[in-house]
Each structure stands twice: as structure tokens, then as C-alpha cells.
Ligand binder design. Structure first.
Ligand code: ACO
Length: 348
């Protein structure tokens, strides 16, 4: 009770504030023209349909997993927060492309950070992994279960893509990368840190975007036949996902702002998941938002899934598009189907 009470006796609320951010992409730059050498596509098609101009992929020879990219982003975020790995109470790692089928990337990266007992939790919510992770971190902090949390979103897509013409609708979209944020508990009655969250899922669309092999429902989980059929590559009903995104993203932003008691005018920047530039342009148009209020960087990174929002957030901070006192809304939709939004006010 003493910890929850200020000197004046008023109850202080635990809030989740953002202390440091970081991002990392591997050095191998892959342009649209590079992709046209491997499949029947063109720079013009990719730019027109997705907005993407380039993406970064891990080295072709392999050996670099999502935990490696997450580690680099985490080191930057920790350094900016002024924290040592030992300061962490919890690691939350969001990815759809884990180093191993199990155990999760959180455990693997925890060891790479030099830790031996800090709990680590993996989140498997694809493009909304960062939003589910941030909401989970907020719940841990508000309940007093943790005071300092490292939240990471990282993906290595490139080693799992069909880069022949058969896989071109999916392969041109995805990039590798990682973003990380340090989250801390702060006792304050001011509206600061995470102010609201709205998360959703609808499993009836699970097959609209998925990778099947080697799932537990297959016996054997992997075989030459399955590979010959290409069932180890992601399949996506791009049109269905596109339509759901332009419908659900405005709805969930209105929902989260209502929960937080805020108007859209109070928001300085909306940071959407970077799935397709056209989805984000549709979103801005339907919300009657000026272009500069919606942050986009898919042109340079492609769709980095769980990493896309923290990468965009880190870049927006670096570009001074936002800073202390700014109100931001993170939003996204992706495989699951999952979608959501989180509103936060940045502050010292
Ligand atoms: N290069 C050239 N042509 C292509 C390519 C390519 N890379 N890919 C597809 N085409 C062809 C198709 O074969 C088709 O040809 P056809 O007319 O002769 O049949 C034509 O281009 C049009 O294809 P569509 O699939 O209709 O193209 P569309 O405009 O729908 O764009 C895209 C496809 C970019 C995938 C779009 O649907 C999209 O972005 N959807 C949303 C994706 C998304 O948000 N995913 C969720 C996030 S990711 C996650 O959760 C993991």
C-alpha cells in the first residue's frame, strides 16, 4: 500500500513508459531488380502494388536467426535506456519466424544477452505480435509482476520464401529485421505511457495466411512429397487480407481512442504495421488523415511483420517526427487473423 500511495495520500497508478528503442536490419540489400532476376516480376509491379522499393535479407548461406537480429536491436534499446541486461524482469519476443520450432526465441536471445534466469516469453501473433507484446507487457507492469521489460519484434523471412515465380506474390513483400523497446513501470497519475489497447483475433481466417509444414497435424511433419508440393512456403490470400485490413484498421483505431478517452485530433502520429503502402494509404484516406500523420517506411524495409512497428517507431523518433509529449497510435492486422491498436503518450 505504501508503494502505491503518494506523499499526499492519493493512489498512484502504475503506468508503462517507453525508455529506449532500437532497430537492426541485416546488411544484404535486395532491390526489386534483384528479385526480377529470380522470378517473373518487375520493379514497376512491386512499387505500384505494394510501395516497396527494397528490403534487407540475412546472408544467403544461413546461420542468422531472428534471435540474432533481435539481439542487435535489443543492445541498442538497452543502451539508450541506460539499462544492463541484468536490469530486466522479463523478455517478450514476438516472431513468426523463430530460430527453432521450439524452444522460443525469447530463451535463445536471453542466453545471448548473458542472462541465466530472467523469464522469457514468445508471442506468436505475426504482424500484430508487437501490439500483443506491448499489451502483455503493460498488463505485467500494471499488475506489479514486472518493472522492466524488453519487448522485441524480429523476423527472418527470407530463408522461408519461394523466390521462384510460383511464390512471387508473397516473396516480394517480405523483409528481415528487428525492433526493440525497453518498457518501465512508472507510478504517476498523469496520462503517460500506454493509455489504451484493443486487440482482436478471428481464427476462421487462419488459412488465409499460413505456413503448413512441419505442423503437428501432419504425420510425418515433413516429407519429400510435402516439399515437392511447396507446402513449406507461406500461402496468402492477399486480396482477402487487404480487404479485411482496410475495414478493420479504422474500426480498431476508433475503438482504442474511445477506450483512452482521446479524439483522433489528439494523436500526433499513427504508426501502422507495414504490410502494404496501399493499405496504409487507404487507412489514412478513410480516417480523413493528412499523409504526414501516418508513418510509412515499407519502401525501404518491406514487410518485416512483428518487427515493422518497432522499426518504424524507432525511425520516427530518430527523424524527430515524435518525441516527449507526443501521442502515438500503433496499429496492425495480419495472419491469425489478428488485429489491434495501442495508444501511448511518450514522455521522460
Ligand atoms: N510480380 C508480378 N506479377 C505478380 C506478382 C509479382 N510479384 N505477384 C502476383 N502477380 C500477378 C498475379 O499473378 C496476377 O496476375 P493475373 O492477373 O494474370 O492473374 C496479377 O499480378 C494481380 O495479382 P493480385 O494478387 O490480384 O494482386 P493484388 O493487387 O491483390 O496485390 C498483394 C497482391 C500485393 C499481395 C496484395 O493483395 C496485398 O498486399 N495484400 C495484403 C497483404 C498483407 O497485408 N498481408 C498481411 C500481412 S503479412 C503477415 O501477417 C505475416
Amino acid at each position: 500500500i505504501e508503494r502505491l500511495t503518494s506523499t499526499k495520500g492519493a493512489m498512484m497508478m502504475k503506468r508503462t513508459v517507453i525508455r529506449g528503442t532500437g532497430r537492426y536490419v541485416p546488411p544484404r540489400l535486395v532491390t526489386n531488380d534483384d528479385l526480377s532476376q529470380w522470378m517473373d516480376t518487375s520493379d514497376e509491379w512491386i512499387r505500384q502494388r505494394t510501395g516497396i522499393e527494397q528490403r534487407y535479407w540475412v546472408p544467403e548461406e544461413g546461420g542468422v536467426g531472428s534471435s540474432d537480429l533481435g539481439l542487435e536491436a535489443s543492445k541498442i534499446a538497452l543502451q539508450r535506456a541506460g539499462w544492463a541486461p541484468e536490469d530486466l524482469d522479463l523478455i517478450i519476443f514476438a516472431t513468426l519466424s523463430p530460430d527453432l520450432f521450439f524452444p522460443g526465441c525469447g530463451c535463445i536471445m536471453q542466453h545471448k544477452l548473458g542472462l541465466a534466469a530472467t523469464p522469457a516469453l514468445d508471442i506468436r501473433q505475426q504482424c500484430t505480435g508487437f501490439l500483443y507484446g506491448l499489451t502483455t507487457a503493460d498488463a505485467y507492469i500494471r499488475s506489479g509482476l514486472a518493472n522492466r521489460i524488453l519487448l522485441v519484434g524480429a523476423e527472418v523471412h527470407s530463408t522461408g520464401l519461394d523466390i521462384s515465380t510460383a511464390g512471387r506474390d508473397v516473396a516480394v513483400i517480405f523483409g528481415d529485421g528487428a525492433g526493440a523497446v525497453c518498457l518501465e513501470s512508472l507510478e504517476s497519475n498523469e496520462p503517460i505511457g500506454v493509455l489504451g489497447s484493443a486487440l482482436h483475433a478471428d481464427g476462421k481466417f487462419a488459412n488465409s495466411l499460413m505456413v503448413e509444414v512441419g505442423s503437428s497435424r501432419l504425420n510425418p511433419r515433413i516429407s519429400h512429397e510435402l516439399i515437392d508440393e511447396g507446402r513449406h512456403y507461406p500461402v496468402m490470400d492477399g486480396k482477402a487480407i487487404f480487404k479485411l485490413a482496410v475495414q478493420k484498421l479504422p474500426e480498431v483505431v476508433i475503438e482504442v481512442l474511445k477506450k483512452a478517452g482521446l479524439d483522433l485530433e489528439a494523436v500526433d502520429l499513427l504508426i501502422p504495421h507495414q504490410a502494404n503502402l496501399r493499405i496504409n494509404q487507404f487507412f489514412a484516406h478513410s480516417m480523413k488523415l493528412p499523409e504526414e500523420k501516418v508513418f510509412n517506411n515499407i519502401q525501404r524495409y518491406g514487410n518485416t511483420t512483428a518487427a515493422s512497428i518497432p522499426i518504424a517507431f524507432d525511425e520516427a523518433l530518430e527523424m524527430n517526427r515524435i518525441g516527449d509529449g507526443s501521442t502515438v497510435v500503433f496499429l496492425g492486422l495480419g495472419a491469425g487473423l489478428t488485429w489491434g491498436a495501442v495508444v501511448a503518450r511518450l514522455g521522460p
